[in-house]
Design a protein around this ligand. Structure first.
Ligand SMILES: Cc1ncc(COP(=O)(O)O)c(C=O)c1O
Length: 400
């Protein structure tokens, strides 16, 4: 008898229903492959929303975690530990910035970025006390805290969680004129995803990000790039901003930084920005802990080789070529960069959820986002044959 049905029921019994997972119960994984409690294998085309860029249980990351578990796991930031300096130096170098501030989840990195930008605004830019504002984009997804959902334009994410944090101006994504118009003397930052992941892997028009960079420089406003999902190899470069030759003032990083093992996030910026924080003004008990630093340092070293960015760029071409071939055969649009794709399925045919359920039956796991859109973000260790397999399964689902 299959174990999955009862395992699904058990998993739902004592939990809040804040997710609607596919009815599959995973028990082990390696590389790009998952195995469920009934021994069925699935090709992972979500990679933990890009937290598993290096695949499941990458040997170097597992080795770093094991070694650290045997020595030291937590000190809090009350003391310095011997993994901290290397991690901060190497991540700062990868980002081309002076300093990093480690946290845990992506939302915490975003909250950190907002606090730092506001403090910078008051202390460096000279913004009127209490009046700092941050320009954000429609369709954004930056996390789930009360402040972050305050400027979400997704009613599901936002409704009934007020009162909302003030100080944010929302403009259409990709519209440089609207963004420029929204900036005033109290604007401290523009906060954007260089590609909007949750919105369906939406790539802004060419020239938009360089335009944002130019306006931010002209108006003395920080350009804060949320690269939590788009960064660390996903798009075929270390950062998605690189595709347009743009360097933001602040990077927000998370997900893949923890190697799919521990939650690790960070803010990276130069000393004139991150240097505004003083002891007692920000922190986290677990932020920058020894286990996190040991794993994340190894992540940074994997990225420093350039191998994963290269794989993502090359294999991404193959993925996108395969997917483009399905336009008119069940797909109406394909977007994305590198090994990251948002697909709009013909809504007459099926919803994104239905497509993901059918893909699951064929041994491929992906996740729907809005309506008839699904996104694919396989681990960057995926092979050419596995990409062809995923595209073939999608073609079969759409043709059925
Ligand atoms: C662009 C972006 N920012 C922030 C977050 C929030 O990260 P976390 O779920 O780790 O809080 C996400 C998560 O999907 C994201 O995609």
């Amino acid at each position: 008898m299959l174990r999955t049905p009862s395992a699904v029921r058990d998993a739902e019994r004592h939990t809040a229903h804040n997710y609607h997972p596919l009815p599959v119960v995973i028990s082990s994984a390696e590389g790009a492959w998952l195995t469920d409690v009934d021994g069925r294998r699935y090709l992972d085309c979500l990679a933990g929303y890009s937290a598993l860029n290096f695949g499941h249980r990458h040997p170097k990351l597992i080795e770093a975690a094991h070694a650290q578990l045997d020595r030291l796991t937590l000190t809090s930031r009350a003391f310095i530990h011997d993994q901290f300096a290397d991690f901060c130096r190497e991540l700062a170098a990868l980002c081309g910035k002076d300093l990093v501030l480690p946290m845990n989840t992506g939302a915490e990195a975003v909250e950190t970025g907002i606090k730092v930008a506001r403090k910078w605004g008051y202390q460096v830019k000279g913004v009127t006390p209490g009046q700092a504002n941050i320009v954000v984009a429609e369709g954004n997804f930056h996390g789930r805290t009360t402040t972050i959902v305050s400027f979400s334009t997704d009613e599901d994410a936002r409704a009934d969680f007020g009162p909302y944090t003030p100080g944010f101006t929302v403009v259409p994504y990709g519209d440089l004129a609207a963004l420029t118009e929204a900036i005033d003397e109290n604007t401290v930052a523009v906060l954007l995803e260089p590609i909007q992941g949750e919105q369906g892997v939406v790539v802004p028009p060419e020239g938009y990000l360089p335009g944002v960079r130019r306006v931010c420089t002209e108006r003395n406003v920080l350009f804060v790039a949320d690269e939590i999902q788009s960064g660390l190899g996903r798009t075929g470069a270390t950062f998605a901003c690189e595709h347009e030759g743009v360097e933001p003032d602040m990077y927000l990083l998370g997900k893949a930084l923890g190697g799919g093992i521990v939650p690790v996030s960070a803010v990276a910026a130069n000393a004139d920005v991150l240097g505004v924080l003083r002891p007692g003004q920000h922190g986290s008990t677990f932020g920058g802990n020894p286990l996190a630093c040991a794993v994340a340092t190894e992540v940074v070293r994997l990225l420093a080789t350039g191998e994963f960015q290269r794989r993502s760029a090359e294999l991404g071409e193959r993925l996108h070529a395969g997917l483009r071939g399905l336009i008119g055969k069940g797909l109406v649009a394909v977007r994305g960069r590198g090994l990251w794709a948002g697909l709009d399925i013909d809504p007459e045919l099926m919803t994104g959820r239905q497509a993901c359920e059918l893909l699951m039956e064929r041994g491929v796991l992906a996740k729907d986002t809005h309506g008839s859109t699904i996104r694919l973000a396989p681990p960057l260790v995926i092979t050419e044959d596995e990409i062809d397999h995923a595209v073939a399964q999608l073609a079969a689902v759409l043709a059925a």
